[in-house]
Design a protein around this ligand. Structure first.
Ligand SMILES: [Zn+2]
Length: 427
């Protein structure tokens, strides 16, 4: 059967996906549409998993590690529909752009990956070509976490479709929302001596956090690790009651190689040093947890930590990708890092699989009411993708036997870095 694998057909598919709303946890319609498309295009496997992710596979001829293409199916909310120039769920093509929510983040690039992969149905790669489409990326990557835990064997490399403006992106900082609790003893506010007011310890805690944030290490490529309180709440919430619990949400951006435990330990150590012990008052720092609800009905309480990652420029996968894109487009792509987090935190940061991104689209348009996909840039990427996939796979075959994982050689052990930074700040 002759399949239409043209760029125009891929963009029609992207427009179809834009017309199906898919907030995190509500991706069922998009997932079903993608599964249908993969089957029609001749993928050997096209199914959803327990979390609601779509798993597609084109079987290789054997012998080489798999290459995994990865995009997310969920989108952020559209906000005020009236403020959009084009219908956010219209999928209109006008003035050289595809318009709407998800046009570039990432239903357009997702469609490009699907159609690029479909070329390998009749021209089998040496290793499997996996095409996975995750749920819940916009909420921290629970879907990709489950995909990586569920694959029978880790792929040799992952290629993401998050906006890179046709550059190659090779990493970002990690992200966690930690909890910091101060427990006291509640009492009627008319007799404060009967309680233990956690509010009185709060200033010490906030000062300690500020000191620690100023002492965070700086990565020469990714910048500074950060740590900042965002939400402060207390219970009971009544003007005439001394509360017994304060909760501070801490947004932390960590460097590659850091686990959530490292982030927690440095905070605990600083608080122990700086916050006076008050009898009846206890300070606790807790890992970030969230309840994730898949459209499949699966409810899972899980960590909300996305690790950082950084694949070095000289890594064979990055080199091969840059050469393939240069050969296909006639210009050498810049190699840089994302400002925002991606599903690569799970594939590379957690599992050590070399992960890169290549896609059209400007970061600045993501999550806005001007979201659009530049079709000229999209066509360039579409034309380059088959060569990119083949180039990465060839590099994986060539690297057989050479350790290709362990992608943080430029990063000393996190504990050393934390101590060194704190030492500098402390004089
Ligand atoms: Zn995205």
């Amino acid at each position: 059967m002759r399949r239409d694998l043209s760029f125009e057909r891929a963009i029609q598919f992207a427009a179809d996906l834009i017309r199906i709303p898919s907030l995190p946890g509500e991706e069922e319609g998009v997932a079903m549409r993608i599964v249908d498309e993969l089957r029609a295009l001749g993928f050997d496997e096209a199914r959803t998993d327990r979390a609601g992710n779509v798993i597609g596979r084109i079987a290789g001829t054997g012998g080489a590690p798999a290459v995994m293409l990865s995009s997310h199916m969920d989108v952020v909310d559209v906000g005020d529909v009236a403020a959009w120039e084009y219908d956010p769920y219209g999928g209109a093509v006008a003035d050289g752009f595809l318009h709407g929510r998800g046009a570039m983040d990432v239903k357009g690039p997702l469609a490009i990956q699907v159609y690029a992969a479909a070329r390998f149905v009749d021209d089998r790669p040496e290793g499997d070509l996996l095409a996975v489409f995750s749920v819940h990326e916009e909420k921290g990557g629970w879907g990709m976490m489950k995909i990586m835990e569920g694959v029978p064997s880790l792929p040799g490399a992952v290629i993401l479709s998050e906006a890179t403006n046709c550059d190659l992106c090779t990493g970002h900082r990690g992200h966690a929302e930690l909890g910091l609790e101060i427990y006291g003893v509640a009492a009627h506010a008319s007799a404060p001596e009967r309680g233990r007011n956690p509010n009185l310890v709060l200033p010490y805690v906030l000062l300690a956090l500020r000191e620690l944030s100023e002492a965070q290490p700086v990565d020469p490529i990714l910048g500074r690790a950060t740590l900042t309180p965002t939400v402060i709440e207390c219970w009971p919430k009544s003007g005439n009651v001394i509360p017994d619990r304060i909760r501070i949400t801490l947004d932390t951006r960590v460097l590659p190689g850091w686990s959530e435990e490292v982030a927690l330990e440095q905070i605990r150590a600083r608080l122990a040093e700086r916050v006076p012990q008050v009898e009846g008052i206890r300070v606790e720092v807790t890992p970030g947890r969230a309840v994730f609800r898949g459209w499949t009905g699966w409810v899972d309480e899980s960590s909300n930590f996305t690790p950082g990652f950084l694949v070095p420029d000289e890594h064979p996968v990055v080199q091969a990708a840059a050469e393939a894109v240069a050969a296909a487009t006639g210009s050498v792509p810049a190699v840089r890092q994302w400002k925002f987090g991606t599903d690569g935190g799970h594939s590379c940061g957690t599992h050590g699989v070399p992960t890169i991104g290549y896609a059209p689209g400007l970061e600045a348009l993501a999550h806005t009411n001007r979201e659009r996909l530049d079709l000229a840039a999209a066509r360039r990427v579409f034309d380059a993708y088959p060569q990119l996939i083949r180039g990465v796979q060839t590099a994986l075959v060539a690297a057989k036997g050479i350790p290709i994982q362990g992608v943080h050689p430029a990063h000393p052990a996190p504990a050393t870095r934390v101590r060194a930074a704190a030492g500098v700040a402390g004089g």
